[in-house]
Each structure stands twice: as structure tokens, then as C-alpha cells.
Design a protein around this ligand. Structure first.
Ligand code: ADP
Length: 517
């Protein structure tokens, strides 16, 4: 994945995490606010129910009619609070409280109407004796608190027609008051539960928030740390390595980086760098070869000038010696025997050898420009081998030619023949007259590749660089000019020659020649 995509992806991941956290925090905040609101309402309900009970107690204790108004007011207020609290919870206790409050209200209304009725009836009652009149205010004040005791007082000290009726009435009033008190207790119990529940919910939400903070904070640190490690390891480290490798390349040590497996920009950069390093390596190798060739040409040119001078100087005295020896041999005729005849023959053969060396020297030194014509290289190779076979050294050499029947190119026929004569002679020398000479011709579109391989003793690596130098030879009677002449001719044809050899196994000379000038 590309770095751009990775950055976009990590942005979206971080954005999603932050957005989720923000939404969670907002919801949590809303929930907390609701819970506090609910707690506030639950607390008010609890406070009002306590007030309700206080006024209820006062009413039964003192029978003060102001308390009735208070009680109705508080019932109304609690009902309004229940209505307000309902949207914040699905708690059954609110409904239960509502029902109990309604029951309480009905019971209270019933008790107050019973009480006012009793009040009216009490005013019309006559005491058995006038001195008992003082009991009326006492009964009025206490009948709600102790209905049964007051029923006894009425029975004893007042003239009452329906005695049992009063007793039953006050008994019923007493029971209703008991029921009302029970309802009141229930209301207090429910409101307590509501209050406790609301507190627990607030505590819960605080706990959840605490846990969320404790989990998310380290988690976001962990995610941040992982991203940082990934970016530093995957991108920065690779870039650092690339920088070091480029610095080394600048100092001339081209080395490719390990092949990158990814497909991001850094991997592409490393791949591009590797391609560039490879291309630079190839160019450097080419440059080195060209430099070597230039050195070789310079060397050959200076040696050529020297050689040509020496050859010219030697040629005339050598001819004189040779002609003199021939005249001497002729003059002495048949009479000449023994040591004199041997010496004259020796002079003749040695001067002949030196003349050949001088001719070679001149050949090398002149380094004629090729006379380009269309030639069939396969013919040249075959012709040169057939002629070479006539020499004794070639008798036991097997010749193998792998080639199409005709391969045409533009070249100097005589010079190319010279190339193969020299290569074949060297091969025969290396094989000591016995072995295999293998020639392969590979025609290509613009050039021809020719390989001349022998199964001879090979070239030791320490002299491999010198074999194309003029006068370098390892042979007793060698001139050291054969390969320099080959080198010059191939170079003048715009081609190249190289050698590959294994000591004890054989040598291959590889020649490239352009097909067209
Ligand atoms: P010369 O044959 O006179 O020595 P060359 O220039 O032809 O000169 O060869 C130079 C040297 O290269 C040889 O003396 C020999 O050591 C080595 N050489 C050339 N061709 C071969 C070959 N085919 N196998 C082994 N050594 C070779």
C-alpha cells in the first residue's frame, strides 16, 4: 500500500477513534446530566413526601384546618414532580408512588369530610350535665388522634340518641386514619427507594466514566505508539538505509539494497535506486573496458612505431647476410663438407627465421586499414584450417565447426585469414598437437560471434592480462606477436576479442565482428 494511502487510512482511523470518543463523551455527558436531573427530582420528591407526612401528623395532632391546605398543596407538588421525573426513567416506583398518592389523597379527603361532619354533629349534641360542656373543645381537638377514647366520652357524658352509630362512625374514622397513615408510610418508603435508586444510578455512571477513561487513555497511547513505531520502522529506517547506500554509491561503491517486498513509495524509490545502481555498474564496467582498450591501443601504437623502426634497420643487413650466405654456399659447391657446410646451413636457416620475425614485426607495426569486402566467414575458417592441417602439428587434432553454411559480413579477407591462422597455431601449440579444436559461428542481426575453443593446457590467470601485449610469449621460439596482430585486426574491423581459459581444461577466444560497415 502506498504511503499516501497509509496516511489517509491512519487519518481516518484516528478520526474515527476521536469521533467515537467524542460521541461517547457527549452521550455520557447527556446521560450524566439526565441522571443528575433525575436525582434532583427524586430528592425533591423525598423532601416533599416528608413535608406531607409532617403536615399529616400535625393535622391529626392539632386538627388545624390550615394543614389540610398544606397537604393538598404538597400532594399537587409531588404529582407534578412525578410527571417531570417520568421522562428520565422507566422505574415502576414512580407509578407506584403516583397510585399511592392518589389513594392517600382520596383517603384524606374522605377523612376531612368525615371530620367536618363530626364537627357539625358535635355542635348539636347536649351534655348530660351542663358542667360537661368543657368536654366539647377537648373532644374536638382530640377525636382525630384518639377516636375510640372520644367515643367512650360521648357515650358517658352526652345525650346521644344513636349511640352505636357514633361508635361505629368513630371506629371507621379510626380505621381510615390508620389506612391513611399506612399509605403515608408507603409513600415515604417508595420515595426513599426512588432517592436511593437515583443515587446508585449517578454512582454507576461515575464508575463507568472512570473505567472508560482508564481504558481509553492507555489504549490511545498504545495506538499512537504502534503508529509511531510503524512509521519509524517501516519508512524512516528504510529511508536511512537508502541514504547510507546512496552515500556509498557516491564514493564509488555501488551496491543494491535488499529487494523490497512492499509497493509503497519507499519501495519504488529503492527499486529505482537499484535499477540506477545496476545501470551505473554496467556503465562503469564498460568504461573500464574502454579504458583498458585505450591503454592497449596506446601501448600497441608506441611499440608499433619502435618495432617498425627496428625492422627497417634490420631488414637491409639481414638481407645482406642472407644473400652472402647463399653466395658462399654456391661458391663452395660440392667440395664443402663437415663443420663449414653445417655452419653455412645454420646461418641460412637462422637468417630465414629472423627474416620471418622481421616480416611479422612489420606486419604488426604497419597495422594496415582493412580493405572491406563482402566475405563468407565460414569459408575463411574452413580454408585456413585445411591449410593448417598440412602442417605436422595438426595431424592429431580433431576439428569441429558448428555454423550455418554461409555467414556474410563486410571485412578484409586477408586480415581475417591471418586472425584464424594465428588462433589455430596457438591452439595447436597449447594442445601439443593432440586434442580438439572447436569453432562456433553465431550470426546475429548486426554482428557475428565466433568462438574458437581448444582442449589445451589453458592460460594461467596471472598472465591472462598480458597475452595480447606485443612480444609477450611463453614459448621458446615464439615472437609474442600473434595475438597482438589478432587484436589489431579485430579492433580495426570495429569488433572486440576476449579470452576465457581454465588451466588444464582449455581456452576459448570470443570474437565479435560487426556485419556491416
Ligand atoms: P606466441 O604464440 O609467439 O607466443 P602470441 O601473441 O600468439 O605469441 O601468444 C602469446 C602467448 O599467449 C603465448 O605464448 C601463450 O602463452 C599464450 N597463448 C596464446 N594462445 C593460447 C592458447 N590457445 N592456449 C594457451 N595459451 C595461449
Amino acid at each position: 500500500m502506498s504511503i499516501k494511502k497509509k496516511i489517509i487510512l491512519s487519518f481516518f482511523i484516528s478520526f474515527s477513534i476521536i469521533a467515537t470518543l467524542a460521541i461517547a463523551a457527549y452521550l455520557d455527558f447527556r446521560e450524566t446530566r439526565n441522571e443528575f436531573k433525575y436525582l434532583e427530582l427524586a430528592e425533591s420528591i423525598r423532601g416533599k413526601t416528608l413535608q406531607l407526612r409532617r403536615h399529616e401528623k400535625n393535622f391529626f395532632l392539632y386538627g388545624d384546618s390550615k394543614e389540610i391546605d398544606f397537604i393538598h398543596r404538597y400532594i399537587g407538588e409531588i404529582e407534578a414532580l412525578i410527571k417531570d421525573a417520568k421522562p428520565y426513567t422507566r422505574n415502576d416506583n414512580l407509578d407506584r408512588l403516583d397510585v399511592k398518592l392518589k389513594e392517600f389523597s382520596l383517603e384524606f379527603v374522605k377523612i376531612t369530610s368525615m371530620a367536618s361532619k363530626f364537627h357539625k354533629e358535635l355542635a348539636s349534641l347536649k351534655p348530660k350535665e351542663p358542667s360537661y360542656l368543657f368536654l366539647i373543645p377537648i373532644i374536638k381537638a382530640t377525636f382525630l388522634e384518639h377516636p375510640m377514647q372520644n367515643a367512650q366520652l360521648l357515650k358517658r357524658f352526652f345525650r346521644i340518641s344513636r349511640k352505636d352509630g357514633y361508635i361505629t362512625f368513630l371506629k371507621r374514622l379510626g380505621n381510615d386514619i390508620k389506612d391513611l397513615r399506612k399509605s403515608g408510610e408507603k409513600i415515604i418508603g417508595i420515595s426513599k427507594e426512588l432517592d436511593r435508586g437515583a443515587r446508585e444510578r449517578v454512582q454507576n455512571i461515575i464508575n463507568v466514566t472512570k473505567v472508560a477513561v482508564l481504558v481509553f487513555l492507555p489504549l490511545s497511547f498504545l495506538i499512537g505508539f504502534i503508529s509511531l513505531f510503524y512509521i519509524s520502522h517501516n519508512i524512516v529506517n528504510r529511508l536511512k538505509k537508502l541514504m547510507l547506500t546512496i552515500e556509498k554509491s557516491g564514493a564509488g561503491f555501488f551496491s543494491p539494497m535488499p529487494f523490497p517486498s512492499g509497493h509503497d513509495e519507499v519501495s519504488t524509490l529503492i527499486r529505482t535506486y537499484n535499477n540506477m545502481a545496476e545501470a551505473l555498474q554496467v556503465r562503469e564496467e564498460l568504461l573500464r573496458k574502454k579504458e583498458e582498450e585505450l591503454m592497449q591501443s596506446k601501448k600497441l601504437a608506441s611499440i608499433g612505431t619502435l618495432a617498425s623502426g627496428v625492422a627497417h634497420e634490420l631488414n637491409n643487413p639481414l638481407n645482406n647476410i642472407h644473400i652472402s650466405a647463399q653466395i658462399l654456399a654456391k661458391e663452395m659447391g660440392e667440395d664443402c663438407t663437415g663443420i663449414i657446410e653445417e655452419t653455412v646451413d645454420d646461418i641460412l636457416s637462422q637468417t630465414f627465421r629472423v627474416k620471418k620475425i622481421v616480416a611479422n614485426l612489420l606486419d604488426f607495426a604497419r597495422s594496415k586499414e582493412p580493405d572491406f569486402q563482402e566475405v563468407n566467414i565460414v569459408n575463411i575458417i574452413q580454408k585456413r584450417y585445411t591449410q593448417a592441417q598440412k602442417i605436422t602439428g595438426f595431424k592429431d587434432i580433431a576439428f569441429l565447426l558448428e555454423s550455418p553454411p554461409e555467414v556474410f559480413l563486410q571485412a578484409d579477407q586477408v586480415q581475417l585469414e591471418r586472425v584464424f591462422v594465428n588462433l589455430f597455431t596457438n591452439a595447436a601449440d597449447a594442445m601439443a598437437g593432440k586434442g580438439e579444436l572447436h569453432v562456433k559461428v553465431f550470426p546475429e542481426k548486426d554482428k557475428v560471434k565466433i568462438e574458437v575453443s581448444d582442449s589445451g593446457n589453458g592460460i594461467p590467470p596471472e598472465i591472462k592480462d598480458k597475452i595480447f601485449d606485443p612480444f609477450f610469449t611463453t614459448k621458446d621460439r615464439g615472437t609474442g606477436l600473434g595475438l597482438s596482430i589478432v587484436y589489431n585486426i579485430i579492433k580495426n574491423h570495429g569488433g572486440s576479442v576476449s579470452v576465457e581459459s581454465t588451466v588444464g581444461a582449455g581456452t576459448t577466444f570470443r570474437i565479435f565482428l560487426p556485419r556491416y560497415k
